[in-house]
Every structure is written in structure tokens, then in C-alpha cells.
Design a protein around this ligand. Structure first.
Ligand code: PEP
Length: 250
């Protein structure tokens, strides 16, 4: 089954002003984007609704995180129900910055994935190893351990709403991109794990995208790899080169 190429822009806690946010949306609204690629941008929570309302309709919007419950005394959190009510279709879960800076565990991320799916959201689920883990030869094992609690909580049919973002922590925001060989190997191992633990159908149809210092210079080669179905882009999603990354397959 052909997997649609997917490019996500994770703005993180950027841009720093509404003026810059408006300029970024204008840039994307005026760009020529490959219609064959699914494009999703993920602004900070404060900008989700203004971006959704001002961006072209062929670009979807994602939250960068959400909590488990529909509503209640959870200061600072956003619920999956609120995202759905605000017509935000995607949420990023398990980003390495959430795992390391905010101490989110794989079990907690799996529970949030379950809660978000139950409300009807699609998920960009991030996994990936640290440099120490890669150097110890533990990349596949770490990815499996991060996926395991998610696999345990999801039904086979849920996987059509999951995009897995393989993001080696050592490549995020460092300018150090995985080599095509490293990316292909990790993506293939993740697909094999899905096949072993769920089904060959889910393994074949689930998009596995790469994230970590993707830019206009390296996106073309990475986009040709058989198991790389797109990108999650941080720093470069705030720049005009994001358009070239979206158009990597063109
Ligand atoms: C990210 O934050 O998901 C990411 C991949 O960042 P960058 O592209 O800046 O490495």
C-alpha cells in the first residue's frame, strides 16, 4: 500500500511574536506546495486557533502536546476534547523534549495516545534514542521499549491514525543529521517491530517519518529511502526552506 508522504513542522515555543507568526503563515499560504504531500504545522498552544483560521486549508494544524482528561483541575494542560472541539486534528506526543525536560514516561505517553485516539485525534508519536544509547548499539531496543506500551493499549484499527516520528535525540536541533543508512536502518527496524507485534498490514501502512536537523540540503536524499515516509522538522520549519522540505519528492 502506498504511504502518503508527510511533512510536519514543529514550531516548538516559536515564533516569539504574533507578527512573526503571521509572517510564517503568509509564507506558507503563498508557497507552491506538492499536493501529494500531507502537510501539518504545529504552533504553540496559544497560536493554534489563529493559525488554523488563517492558514490555507490544505495544511493541517497539530498541537504539540495534550493531557489525558476531557476537563478539570489540571493547570496548564490542554485536553484532547478541547482540541477536537477547536477542530485541531493532530497532536504531537512523546517529543524528546517532553520526555527529557518534562519527564514524560513511555507509559504516560501511551495513555495520552489512547486518550487522544478515543476523542478522534490523529497522533504524531515521537520516539528515538540518545547518543549514548546509539553508541551502545541500543537504538532498536530503545525504540521498541518506547513503542511497547503504545502497542499494548492500541487496537489494530487505531494505527491508521498514528504517524511515528523517529527522532534520534542527538540529531534534534544539533545540525547533526542521521546518515541515510542510519535513518533507513532505524525505520526498517521499527517497521519490523510493528509487523511482529501487530500485523504486517499495520507495518506496511503506518507512516514512519524522520526528524532531526532536516533541512533543504539533506531532505532530498532522505526522502528517497524506502522506509522514510516524510519528516518532522523543527528549526527549518520556521524558515522559507520548509517549502523545499515539503517539496522533497517533487
Ligand atoms: C523536532 O523538534 O522535532 C526536530 C526534529 O527539530 P530539528 O529539526 O530542529 O532538529
Amino acid at each position: 500500500m502506498a504511504r502518503q508522504f508527510f511533512v510536519g513542522g514543529n514550531f516548538k515555543m516559536n515564533p516569539a511574536s504574533r507578527k512573526d507568526k503571521v509572517a510564517l503563515v503568509k509564507l506558507l499560504n503563498e508557497a507552491e506546495l506538492d499536493p501529494a504531500t500531507e502537510v501539518v504545522v504545529s504552533p504553540p498552544a496559544l497560536y493554534l486557533i489563529p493559525v488554523k483560521e488563517s492558514i490555507r486549508k490544505d495544511i493541517k494544524v497539530a498541537a504539540q502536546n495534550c493531557y489525558l482528561k476531557d476537563s478539570g483541575a489540571f493547570t496548564g494542560e490542554i485536553s484532547p476534547a478541547q482540541l477536537v472541539d477547536s477542530e485541531i486534528p493532530y497532536v504531537i506526543l512523546g517529543h524528546s523534549e517532553r520526555r527529557t525536560l518534562f519527564h514524560e514516561t513511555s507509559d504516560f505517553i501511551a495513555q495520552k495516545t489512547r486518550a487522544a485516539l478515543d476523542k478522534g485525534l490523529s497522533i504524531i508519536l515521537c520516539i528515538g534514542e540518545t547518543l549514548k544509547e546509539r553508541e551502545a548499539g541500543e537504538t532498536a531496543q530503545v525504540c521498541e521499549e518506547q513503542l511497547k506500551p503504545v502497542v499494548a493499549l492500541l487496537k489494530e484499527s487505531d494505527w491508521s491514525k498514528i504517524v511515528i516520528a523517529y527522532e534520534p535525540v542527538w540529531a534534534i536541533g544539533t545540525g547533526k543529521v542521521a546518515t541515510p543508512q542510519q535513518a533507513q536502518e532505524a525505520h526498517k527496524d521499527i517497521r519490523t517491530y510493528l509487523s511482529k507485534t501487530i500485523s504486517s498490514n499495520v507495518a506496511e501502512s503506518t507512516r514512519i517519518i524522520y526528524g532531526g536537523s532536516v533541512n533543504a540540503g539533506n531532505c532530498k536524499e532522505l526522502s528517497t529511502l524506502p522506509d522514510v515516509d516524510g519528516f518532522l522538522v523543527g528549526g527549518a520549519s520556521l524558515k522559507p526552506e520548509f517549502v523545499q522540505i515539503v517539496n522533497s519528492k517533487k
